[in-house]
Ligand binder design. Sequence first.
Ligand code: F6P
Length: 541
Amino acid sequence: MSTQQQSPAWKALEVHQQALADTQMRDLFAQNPQRFAHFSLQVCDILFDYSKNRLTAETLALLQNLARASGLEMWRERMFNGAAINNTEKRAALHVALRNRSNRPILVDGKDVMPEVNTVLEKMRSFCQRVQEGEWLGHTGKPIESIVNIGIGGSDLGPKMVTEALQNFRHPRLHTYFDSNLDAAQLNRILSIVNPETTLFIVASKTFSTQETLTNARSARQWLLEHLQDETAVRKHFVAVSTHTQRVKEFGIDPQNMFEFWDWVGGRYSLWSAIGLSIAVTIGMDNYLRLLSGAHQMDEHFRTEPLERNMPVLLGLIGVWYSNFWNTSTQAILPYDYALKLLPFYLQQLEMESNGKRVTRDGVPVEYHTCPVVWGTAGNNGQHAYYQLLHQGTQLIPADFIVAIKSQAHKYGHQNPVLANALAQTRALMLGRNEAETRATLGDALDEEYLPHRLFPGNQPSNILMYDRLTPEILGSLIALYEHKVFVQSVCWGINPFDQWGVELGKQMAAELLPALEGEANVGSYDSSTQGLLAFIRGLR
Ligand code: F6P
């Protein structure tokens, strides 16, 4: 059994949870008119209101004890100093170096990585300028109008989410598309829209061996050559982002057109590296650097602030509080900012691929919950889909509301209703509506028989992260906030958040099954379900 659960800090939280088990948040608010002031924090132009949670000052102190007892300050220092904290892959996790706008030297194996980071940023700048200014020409001499990023996982979700969120900063001539799915339908749809003469493909893959990405990239190249009828066209229409020069060459992309990054950048932490090329080319390098600056500000806050006033620490610890002491198993992410509609999908990989682990760093099985299931959509749409369950279902579901005061759209005046809904939902979740209030509200309209249906238990926790209008800086800070939240939680759970061995088995079995689908292999050794399914597929072909 892992030692986390045996620690006095963990045990103290178990006892404390029992004392709070019947406490209603509405009573906590009534008892303390200063509750918002006590349980909110502003950092990097983001307001974090964590007052609508089942917690007191004592809860936070006990959670901070747990973080300290788990060595959070030590692990934080080791991460920022380039130690090989990703133990199973024997490497550092240094995404913070990619956005280290102060240029403070950061050493990996005794070597400062900042000069290399800055060289790649310069190469990206020159490329982005050439594309944006119409100097990078396609094979037939026309400027680029469409960018297609081919990648999956971290080589897709981050770039896609950010590019979508910062559409207001897009160069007016450039349209950017993201192709990730192995089903050719996605690529087909994109290729039916874009023009081969004016399209640039960015093949983004850390390993340059990912089946989905290479399959899609080969098909895209085939499509290009069918239209342009000249092998040399590939040079003008394909660039690569990878850590693996040899594989890029083998694919047929000129290493001159390759943007490098390093094994100490995890896939889901890579939008800050050249994997962010699709973002940079769409919104321009200056705006991309603003994104990096926002993340760097949050890094500095996380690195230097005491745990008590540290936003990623608080956000992470509140999550631990619910997962481990209230037994919750999911976490909702609810953006009230349409620009961030893809954020829940991005956070699914960030959180679940990082912390969806069942053994500690040393390989000891854990006996407590680690990462919750992360889910959500644009909040306003969710209200008309699954909020029913949040208000009257049987599960305790912590929710993060991410709220922009101003929309990316400057007209039509929808924003007051948006804000009213966001505030009302968190308030309704917290307060609920008891019998007396229901009677007073509904009066004669209440059908006695159906009274239980009209009651709201309340006491449902939520965080609010609120900012003015989303800018590249704020978005950078927000993403870094969640990255560090995930790190804080990993430390409390004693796990390595930077590997992802759980994705391997399915990949291996798919490779083994492919010959059976291509009709080459004997299917006798598979389980009866797989055999039956293979037979069904063959029957319909
Ligand atoms: O299969 C999971 C994963 O390895 C992710 O961690 C990664 O973001 C994704 O695949 C894509 O990998 P690559 O960038 O090497 O193609």
